[in-house]
Design a protein around this ligand. Structure first.
Ligand code: COA
Ligand code: ZN
Length: 332
């Protein structure tokens, strides 16, 4: 891919908001259903390409998302936005399809240990379960995306070989006919050179499959990884409002790359994200009250690059003194 990552040149990139799922699943506070709906509606009007609205998982495993059906039924469907939801099994798929989810995001891990810890199945068992879910989705004419957790490393096993990651992608794309794959850096282990190489390898092998990258900012490499993926031709990224999030089954996990930080940086570089930053930031500012703590968002804390600060109150006096000193003859 012949891109110059430093010059966006108006190139369109697509941001997928995952804060309502990846973000809220890790929160102790239950965000009331009507507030979740309001947030999703705000995000729809902010111009996100896709919104992962919730997860149809066991409410015992993830109580924060126990209201998945009510949220899915309550949101406004803005044309042009794809409304997806995470689904781990057939039961979840049935619940999701029943309330009109447009795309099922099926999840399994490239790491055997993480898959067992997160989904209580071996990878082989997960694959078989997801094959059944994919069949169900096809019958219901619902889209399917596969999110492959720990594609850049497992917090319990260490490195996951890219050959292993690509072999699982092959089973989903070539075997099951999946049209979308998300390579997930579940615990912020990805680094730019690794991201660049894996993105290139994927795109060379499956140029027609929709590829999304999902980074967590656990070690501060989130934006660098996004740029490394763009350099290799990627154009779709998961991100979470306020930078909230983290897998409850991955030790030390923290939030996704923050949507407003990524949009802010990419727009400055000349990319077209289609997202209205003021609307996004407006929604993000509502989060602390809902989840009971501050978010990692640097844009909420510091403002945008050209949000200027007022002059110090005694600025005129400072200026006059400085000018007077400059005009005075040097005392030798
Ligand atoms: N939706 C609602 N309930 C579900 C469900 C789903 N998709 N899948 C399972 N359940 C319920 C079952 O009905 C059963 O309920 P019961 O105890 O009242 O009979 C209970 O959950 C256990 O079901 P079982 O099939 O034995 O699953 P499990 O205990 O092996 O759990 C998962 C497997 C994956 C379904 C569950 O652990 C889960 O939902 N985990 C969440 C994973 C996740 O979201 N991780 C973070 C994102 S990557
Ligand atoms: Zn994640």
């Amino acid at each position: 891919m012949n891109t110059n990552v430093w010059n966006g040149g108006g190139r369109r990139l697509y941001l997928h908001e995952v804060g309502m799922r990846d973000g809220l699943q890790a929160e102790c506070t239950f965000v009331p259903t009507e507030e979740k709906i309001r947030l999703v509606d705000s995000l729809s009007h902010a111009g996100l390409a896709k919104i992962e609205v919730t997860a149809f998982v066991s409410p015992k495993a993830i109580p924060a998302l126990a209201d998945a059906q009510a949220v899915m039924r309550g949101i406004e469907r803005v044309p042009g936005v794809v409304y997806s939801a995470l689904v781990p099994n057939v039961k979840g798929a049935e619940r999701a399809i029943e309330c009109g989810v447009e795309e099922l995001n099926l999840v399994m891990s490239a790491s055997e240990t993480h898959n067992l810890a997160n989904l209580r199945m071996t990878r082989e068992q997960s694959f078989n379960a997801l094959r059944d879910v994919a069949r169900l989705a096809r019958e219901a004419q619902t889209g399917v995306n596969i999110s492959l957790s720990c594609s850049f490393g497992c917090p319990m096993e260490g490195d996951v070989a890219s050959a292993t990651v690509l072999a699982w992608c092959a089973r989903f794309v070539d075997g099951l006919g999946a049209t979308g794959i998300t390579l997930c850096d579940t615990t912020g282990m990805a680094y730019p050179t690794q991201v660049n190489a894996l993105t290139q390898a994927f795109r060379q092998r499956w140029p027609d499959t929709t590829l999304t990258l999902h980074f967590h900012n656990t070690r501060g490499m989130g934006l660098a990884n996004v740029l490394a993926a763009i350099d290799a031709g990627a154009e779709r990224f998961d991100a979470s409002l306020g930078g909230i999030g983290g897998c409850p089954y991955a030790p030390g996990a923290t939030g996704n790359v923050c949507t407003e930080e990524i949009v802010h940086a990419l727009e400055l570089m000349g990319y077209d994200t289609g997202v209205s930053l003021p609307r996004l930031v407006g929604a993000s500012r509502r989060l602390p009250d809902l989840i009971g703590h501050d978010t990692p968002s640097q844009i909420v804390k510091a403002g945008q690059r050209l949000d200027l600060h007022p002059l110090p109150r005694d600025f005129e006096a400072i200026r006059e003194r400085a000018h007077a000193r400059a005009a005075a003859p040097l005392a030798l």
